[in-house]
Unconditional design. Sequence first.
Length: 240
Amino acid sequence: EKERLEMYLGRILKDIEEKAPVLAAQKREYQRVLQSYGHLSTRYEEACRELEELRGDAAGGEDDRKRLADENEALQQEIQDVSSQLRSMLQKEAGTDAAVIPDTNPATATARNSDEAITEHLVNFRSVEELQKKNAQLLRVVRKLSRRAEEEDTMALNETRVEHQAALKQALKQLEELKGARVRQEEMMNVIMEQRDMYRVLLAQADARYASASPSKTGTGAGVPALPPALNEALQTELE
């Protein structure tokens, strides 16, 4: 009976010795997962704040767009009023419906820069009718540039929003993965702790059985294998 108990306890001690490095590695991995979880939680909060800021910027951009649209409409009306006043003034001044501006040098037909091109094609006019046409051209240019600016602002805002949403989605995915890893680690730790408790119970039962059997058969309590002090201390540190 004594030899059987010693063999049984020896197998238990060997099993514990083999599991000690695994338990230590699992504990280190568990701590690393906890740190990663905290880091990703911080990143998730930052991404949420950035998303809220983007929503605020989008709302502010919509307000600016409406304000610019109102200003553009007012400017168009002002252009129409000034055009009407100028036509009336020129007609009264010249006694006709034509207001002539001296011919420019033919060499200026090839404008050297954008300012000269605008002056050549949109500012100078030879008659009231031509002035009206150039005003219409100016309005088309203004509308075109306004639409282009709005489209570019909208595209830039959408691109930024898509990038932040992608980053947020990736962070959420990593966070869920870490949550799953944490759950698995906790389940593994629970299993290991249950095994540890089971080994303690088995050791206690084996010691009690050997102690009760020892006086009648051997008269001594020697020969019971025990955990080495260093291993016992390491196991207590890792399993607690």
